[in-house]
Design a binder for this molecule. Sequence first.
Ligand code: GSH
Length: 217
Amino acid sequence: MTTEIELHGARTGNCLRAAVTFEEAGLPYTPVWLDLRHGAHGASDYLSLNPAGKVPTVVDRRGAGEPFVLTQSNAIMLWVADQRPGLLLSVDDPAQRATTLERYFYFITDVIERSRAAFQVRKSGDHAGSAYLDQVALEAAVFSEIFLKDSEFMAGDRFSIADIAGWTILSFFEPHIDWSGRPRLRHWLDTVAARPAVRRGMHAYDGVVSNSNGDRR
Ligand SMILES: N[C@@H](CCC(=O)N[C@@H](CS)C(=O)NCC(=O)O)C(=O)O
């Protein structure tokens, strides 16, 4: 079934984080898979949506006139959260909202961005620099257990966008973490992994139709 909102992307961390947010928000969307290996993100029809040639991109055709187009995974997450006020980001409690954003941006900037930088530095051939950045990102990821000191989730007793940002990167780091002595973080990782919406989001691009040539994966 197609919907009026498309999420163009692939099986990358940025896209899956956005897909999990759609699923958790219960906002109907159609994942449109781009074959990055064959350069679908450089095709002119896609560049007209996202001139940087990056994924993900949202195309929202619900309104009259031209579709609304949004790029940047973290802006997409906030936009999706705004579609369901109060569900994934508080709207009526400023302190709660600020704490959620504090932790959301902690994962985005101190963990995910450093991990991305490590990947880019590795591609340049600087393996020592890459290993250092990976280590810094991993340490920051593990440090987040402190957010679970008095609560079930990263920003309090309700699941939020901070959990989505944190879980997608911590689940990626999972094999590299020494889990002994980290029961709260372990419990949170498993609890979030078991959420049906998280599972669906992580599989958003399994077997979906490409927008570039109609091929199936
Ligand atoms: N800051 C952007 C980064 C987008 C980005 O770099 N996406 C990667 C995949 S995670 C991409 O499109 N890579 C393909 C390429 O650079 O060729 C976001 O968060 O959406």
